[in-house]
Design a protein around this ligand. Structure first.
Ligand SMILES: O=C(O)CCC(=O)C(=O)O
Ligand SMILES: [Fe+2]
Length: 290
């Protein structure tokens, strides 16, 4: 159950990188994660085991969005209209994903192959692929700890990640000019769909989470941190113990970059309560329609 939190807590992952990690230390981190996901649904993670600095990660986004507009649009034709004021590039698993086992009438598919600009246009593709792998690995660790904290076997959630359709996104929120027609939000209120989200944001600010009283609580940049939050699927798999907190991004006066990683199961995994399981892809595409 979300609480009336007034700030976003910090969880220190340093113990995970110690050479001889004791069981007590591991359980203490699991308990801390359990506590934040059962209350705020959001936390800052510090001292994560990633080999990338936030500056390097944000640099990848800046490099991508500096590609000439025409070249970008030729590769990624844009069709959908939406109420969000941002541009994004999304990549999935680096080895081609199994295509979906069922056909759907949805314009979205969770298993389409990655499309990259040519290397001479975007030389950092390889770094992005390594980042994807590291974020998936960190997600696995967090999911194992959350499973333990719920007194489930440690692989209860990680086993869903075979053929994972997790995505790494580069996002660019252009500055909203004072002369522009009123544009309140750069990213409208929503909950994430999957298991959990790991996000690197720049220092611009604008990200907010909604507490149980309906107040919007800012989640400003904390140097060196990743923001983590639970998605709808994890809230469901935890039997409602963990909360998928609504969040949004206020419109920004200067341009903003962020890099979220959405950790999701395989499209064909069966998820949900015993007797009421649904294919993940059907469930998530159904949610997008509603
Ligand atoms: O850019 C951000 O800080 C948040 C983006 C977000 O919530 C999303 O893409 O789901
Ligand atoms: Fe989100």
């Amino acid at each position: 159950m979300a609480t009336k939190f007034v700030s976003v807590p910090i969880v220190d992952l340093a113990p995970l990188s110690t050479v001889e990690l004791s069981e007590e230390a591991l359980i203490a981190v699991a308990k801390e994660l359990h506590e934040v996901f059962a209350t705020t649904g959001f936390a800052y993670l510090i001292n994560s085991p990633l080999s990338f600095s936030n500056e390097e990660i944000l640099g990848l986004a800046r490099e991508f969005f500096s590609i000439d507009e025409e070249k970008k649009m030729a590769l990624f034709p844009c069709s959908a209209q939406c109420d969000n004021f941002k541009e994004g590039f999304e990549m999935g698993c680096c080895t081609p994903n199994r295509s979906s086992s069922t056909s759907s009438d949805s314009p979205f598919t969770l298993t389409e192959p990655n499309v990259f600009p040519p290397l001479y246009t975007f030389p950092s593709r390889h770094r992005l692929e390594i980042l994807y792998t590291e974020l998936l690995s960190l997600s696995r660790t967090l999911l194992a700890l959350l499973a333990l904290s719920l007194e489930k076997p440690s692989e209860a959630f990680t086993e869903l990640l075979t053929h994972s359709v997790s995505t790494l996104c580069l996002l660019h929120y252009p500055a909203v000019l004072p002369s522009a027609p009123s544009q309140e939000l750069s990213c409208s209120e929503h909950t994430d769909s999957g298991l959990l989200t790991l996000l690197v944001q720049d220092a611009t600010g604008g990200l907010e989470g909604r507490n149980a009283a309906g107040d919007w609580i800012p989640a400003p940049y904390v140097p060196g941190s990743l923001v983590v939050n639970i998605g709808d699927l994890m809230a469901m798999l935890s039997g409602g113990k963990f909360v998928a907190t609504s969040h949004r991004v206020q419109s920004v006066k200067t341009e903003r970059f962020s890099v979220p990683f959405f950790c999701e199961p395989g499209a064909d995994e069966w998820v949900g309560e015993k007797g009421k399981k649904v294919r993940y892809e059907d469930w998530v595409l159904g949610k997008m329609k509603s």
